[in-house]
Design a protein around this ligand. Structure first.
Ligand SMILES: *[C@@H]1O[C@H](CO)[C@@H](O)[C@H](O)[C@H]1NC(C)=O
Ligand SMILES: *[C@@H]1O[C@H](CO)[C@@H](O)[C@H](O)[C@H]1NC(C)=O
Ligand SMILES: *[C@@H]1O[C@H](CO)[C@@H](O)[C@H](O)[C@H]1NC(C)=O
Ligand SMILES: *[C@@H]1O[C@H](CO)[C@@H](O)[C@H](O)[C@H]1NC(C)=O
Ligand SMILES: *[C@@H]1O[C@H](CO)[C@@H](O)[C@H](O)[C@H]1NC(C)=O
Ligand SMILES: *[C@@H]1O[C@H](CO)[C@@H](O)[C@H](O)[C@H]1NC(C)=O
Ligand SMILES: *[C@@H]1O[C@H](CO)[C@@H](O)[C@H](O)[C@H]1NC(C)=O
Length: 457
């Protein structure tokens, strides 16, 4: 027996619990669940003669896998996440090419030059993509290794069956197309991290839906997710998530990076201590500290994850009467942008209009206040980007609109109509992350994110 194919598919969502184990009824297959919840599938094929029927079968199954991957692809949020999938597909291809190499004894002439060209193009695409996002991710490095390994294998393949390789060629074309799409989107929404020399938001990308929440529960509609907006050393890629069946906030999960979030493999689960539980889900994580709303007493609260210390401060003017339109108890909405920390609330004095306050991080107190003319109960949510407050409202079930902005520098207010798609109608958390120029939304139990494009004249 020769172990030939090892498929490692992370279980991304209930929709991905599709691995068709029963399709393999004729083979020697074992499936198991790995340490971090991924599905591990071992396939053993006898190494005596060329197993054409099994290869064909595996190709069909892998076609199905790739088709399903394509559907799931649309839901992936970050380029890293997308590339991870390409990498898995490539690993699958490598395995199949290796299998052909080790088992065929036919001598059929093939268009290897074509295959090599495609590999070269793929190589170029990956390097262009890497340049365009200016990143030295280990993922890119392994993509390169994969491509180069494939090239080596193809060079040794001159003797094998054309039909099998045609299949691989088609898959290369698909991969290439996906990378091109990835690249196009990246160019249109090319981030210029930290640059606020622009006149505000111009455009919001299509929603990128990652997956259902880590509880895999459609009931957990009240929650939030995102990335630390000013990470401390050692936690540069930390993501957070928290949710529950109602607007109470009991706990948070922390993931060392995006991949761990996708695999639902948290490195820390923090239950809020009795008396420090929160509400409203308009929290953020900034400098390894969670900022959220507490109701007893009604105050802004922070949990420093480095020291595990809590602290709270009253905001006397803030009222508990006004929430955003999609959920109750959203009285204090925290935000972080290139300029630091902010909190938004409404007051009796403001007659329900959103009041924006700048927070001083060291003293955990309000350092400045701006009145707005955005009525909180009509707004879906609000967030800050480059010192400008943006408020959203629904247009229809699947469309939201940034309808209002206030520039804290000039105190200029604007009516806007920057529309963007929602995955589902309601959401409980919407925040901008200045480290990536992305918006994170907790959309009816789903993780959704958007790229933000700014107007630069
Ligand atoms: C599994 O492999 C063994 C050895 O090649 C073979 O005898 C047996 O029939 C296979 N089982 C199935 C279900 O194909
Ligand atoms: C890439 O990023 C580095 C630092 O992060 C910067 O010094 C360099 O100029 C960037 N290159 C491009 C082409 O943007
Ligand atoms: C690529 O090939 C090298 C050398 O044969 C091998 O050490 C490495 O494990 C391969 N990498 C992958 C990801 O298959
Ligand atoms: C800001 O952008 C404008 C127009 O692109 C440019 O003329 C100006 O020099 C920039 N200012 C800074 C500080 O980069
Ligand atoms: C972004 O704005 C441009 C120009 O206004 C428009 O053509 C395009 O459809 C917008 N894209 C998105 C994703 O909204
Ligand atoms: C969190 O605690 C650490 C260790 O005590 C401290 O260095 C850091 O400044 C604190 N951060 C905030 C935001 O309070
Ligand atoms: C905000 O509005 C309140 C009530 O109308 C007013 O008392 C206060 O001075 C205003 N604050 C600012 C900073 O404009």
């Amino acid at each position: 027996m020769l172990p030939i194919l090892l498929l490692l598919i992370p279980v991304l969502s209930p929709a991905l619990a599709w691995i068709p184990v029963e399709d393999w009824e004729s083979g020697n297959v074992t499936a198991s669940v790995g340490d971090s919840g991924q599905c591990v599938c071992h396939v053993y094929v006898p190494d005596t003669t060329f197993p054409a029927d099994r290869v064909q079968h595996m190709q069909q199954v892998s076609k199905d896998l790739i088709l399903e991957m394509e559907i799931q692809m649309d839901k992936m949020v970050s380029y890293e996440g997308k590339l991870e999938i390409y990498l898995e597909e490539l690993i699958g291809l490598t395995d199949r090419v290796a299998m052909l190499q080790s088992s065929s004894n036919k001598y059929i002439k093939l268009d290897f030059e074509l295959l090599r060209n495609e590999l070269r193009e793929f190589d170029t695409l990956v390097s262009q993509l890497r340049d365009s996002i200016n990143s030295s991710s280990p993922l890119f490095d392994s993509l390169y290794t994969e491509i180069h390994n494939m090239t080596l294998i193809v060079n040794q393949l001159e003797t094998y069956d054309k039909s099998n390789l045609d299949m691989i060629r088609i898959e290369f074309a698909k991969l290439q197309k996906k990378l091109e799409e990835c690249q196009k989107d990246q160019e249109f929404f090319k981030p210029d991290i930290g640059n606020c020399n622009h006149t505000g938001i111009m455009n919001i990308s299509k929603p990128m839906v990652v997956q259902m929440n880590a509880h895999l529960s459609a009931d957990y509609q009240y929650g939030g997710w995102g990335k630390d907006s000013k990470p401390v050393q050692g936690y540069e890629s930390m993501f957070f998530y928290g949710a529950y069946r109602n607007s109470h906030v009991y706990d948070f999960y922390f993931y060392s990076d995006y991949k761990k979030l996708i695999l639902r493999s948290a490195f820390k689960h923090h239950s809020l201590s009795y008396g420090w539980q929160g509400t409203g889900n308009n929290y953020i994580v900034h400098r390894n500290t969670v900022y959220y709303q507490n109701n007893s007493p009604f105050s802004m609260t922070k949990l420093n994850l480095t020291s595990s210390e809590y602290d709270h401060k009253l905001i006397p003017a803030a009222s508990q009467k006004y929430s955003y339109r999609y959920a109750d108890n959203q009285n204090l909405d925290f935000a972080a942008d290139e300029n630091g920390l902010w909190v938004m609330y409404a007051s009796e004095e403001s007659m329900g209009n959103i009041v924006l306050a700048k927070l001083d991080e060291e003293s955990f107190s309000i350092a400045g206040v701006w009145n707005t003319s955005a009525f909180k109960q009509l707004a879906g949510n609000a967030f800050m980007a480059c010192g400008v407050m943006y408020a959203t409202r629904p247009v229809d079930l699947n469309t939201e609109e940034i309808f209002y902005s206030l520039d804290t520098k000039t105190r200029e207010e604007k009516q806007l109509n920057i529309r963007f798609q929602k995955f589902q109608e309601k959401y409980t958390n919407l925040d901008y992350n200045p480290t990536e120029q992305k918006l994170y939304m907790y959309n009816n139990g789903y993780y959704v994110s958007y790229n933000v494009r700014f107007n630069s004249e």
